[in-house]
Each structure stands twice: as structure tokens, then as C-alpha cells.
Design a protein around this ligand. Structure first.
Ligand SMILES: [Zn+2]
Length: 221
């Protein structure tokens, strides 16, 4: 029987690729999606559909109660989602305080409960500038903690830690993935907005791969 692993899967393009990477690695993934009160549930719907198609067990956990403790993020609060590139200072408003430590702690707890030995998540170098908890030093130390926090050691696997979003997409395209099944846009309208930081980064990755995003955008026909 193949090794059971937990994959933190938001429904976005990075974790969509990570999920398939785990399958390609010969693992048996348990997909875990956190609902932390995002302003829309579109990403979660996309995640659910993909898991159903793949026959991957999928858990959606509502952790929106944490918003009474950690706030100030445009992704959950009633402030405007900034437009523009991820690495700009305005994107700091998309940081949920201590997000990855919280999510990884929960995922590791789930892994221990399910006798899964690893937790996969989609940290990548493009997030290093803005998100301290996507940086290699964070992942390394979190891994050290997860080795001793329980009787069962859990390893955190970040296959794309050192590479860019463009390289993640390159790997996904190599695996033949259909990115029309992933949703990245911060706005949850019918079509992706094409203007928010998430859309900009996504479109840039497709351009860098000389590829066209199969999603429909409001900004083009
Ligand atoms: Zn967008």
C-alpha cells in the first residue's frame, strides 16, 4: 500500500500542482482545504471538484473562527483586495498573521490522526519576499518541530520551495495538468478578474511558459 500523505490544497494553481506531484511521487493523498473565511468559496469549489474527479478524499475545515483573533487581511476583511503584483508593499495586506504556522499545525495534527507521514504544501520562492512563513528557514524549523512534536514524526514536504511560480507551472504542464481546474483569483466572480495580484502572477507564469491559461478572464475575450 502506498504511503498516505496530507496535501494542503486550496484549489489554487500551486497546491493543485502539489496535489498532482504527490500522486506522481506515488503517494496516496488526503486533501485538506481550509476555509478561513475567504471572501468567496470559489477556490474551495474548484478543489472539491478536482478531488472528486481524482477520487482523493477531501476534507474542508472551517477555521473562520480564528478571524476573531487574527485579522487585518484583505482576503477576509471588508477592505479592498489590492491590484498589482504580489511583491509590492500593498500586497502585505493579503498576509494573514501566522497563517502557515496555524495551517501546518492543523495539517500535521490531521496527518498524525490519519497515520500519514508527510504534509505537502505549496510554498515557493515568489512568496518569500512578502510572506515570512513561506521562506526556507521557516519550513526547515517547522520541520524540526514536527519531527518531535508528536510520537509520530511528520515531515513537511515543499517540492517547490526553491523555485518560482513559473517553474511550478512548467512542472504542472509537464504532468499534463489542466489549469482550467484551478482557481487563483482573489475575487470570486464568474470569470477571473485578470487584475488582482493573484491573477497577475498567474498570467505572468503562463506567459513565461509560452502557454495560455485555459481560464476565462474578464480582461480578455
Ligand atoms: Zn483576479
Amino acid at each position: 500500500m502506498s504511503e498516505k500523505v496530507v496535501v494542503i490544497y486550496s484549489g489554487g494553481m500551486d497546491s493543485f500542482t502539489v496535489l498532482h506531484k504527490a500522486i506522481e511521487d506515488g503517494k496516496r493523498p488526503l486533501a485538506l482545504t481550509f476555509n478561513y473565511g475567504q471572501r468567496h468559496k470559489k477556490e474551495i469549489d474548484y478543489a472539491a471538484r478536482v478531488c472528486e474527479e481524482l477520487g482523493v478524499p477531501h476534507k474542508v475545515v472551517d477555521i473562520s473562527a480564528i478571524n476573531t483573533l487574527v485579522g487585518g487581511s484583505a482576503l477576509t476583511d471588508d477592505i479592498d483586495v489590492p491590484e498589482g503584483h504580489y511583491e509590492e508593499p500593498s500586497m502585505k495586506t493579503t498576509v494573514v498573521p501566522n497563517r502557515n504556522m496555524i495551517l501546518l499545525s492543523l495539517a500535521v495534527g490531521y496527518a498524525v490522526s490519519e497515520n500519514a507521514s508527510k504534509v505537502y504544501y505549496g510554498a515557493h520562492s515568489g512568496d518569500h519576499a512578502i510572506y515570512p512563513d513561506c521562506r526556507p528557514e521557516f519550513v526547515k524549523k517547522m520541520n524540526d518541530v514536527c519531527a518531535i512534536a508528536n510520537y509520530e514524526a511528520v515531515e513537511i514536504v515543499t517540492p517547490y520551495l526553491e523555485v518560482s511560480k513559473t517553474a511550478i507551472l512548467t512542472d504542472g504542464l509537464r504532468m499534463g495538468l489542466d489549469y482550467g481546474k484551478s482557481w487563483t483569483c482573489y475575487n470570486g466572480r464568474e470569470h477571473a478578474c485578470g487584475k488582482c495580484g493573484a491573477c497577475e502572477e498567474r498570467l505572468e507564469a503562463f506567459r513565461d511558459n509560452q502557454s495560455v491559461d485555459p481560464l476565462t478572464y474578464e480582461t480578455r475575450n
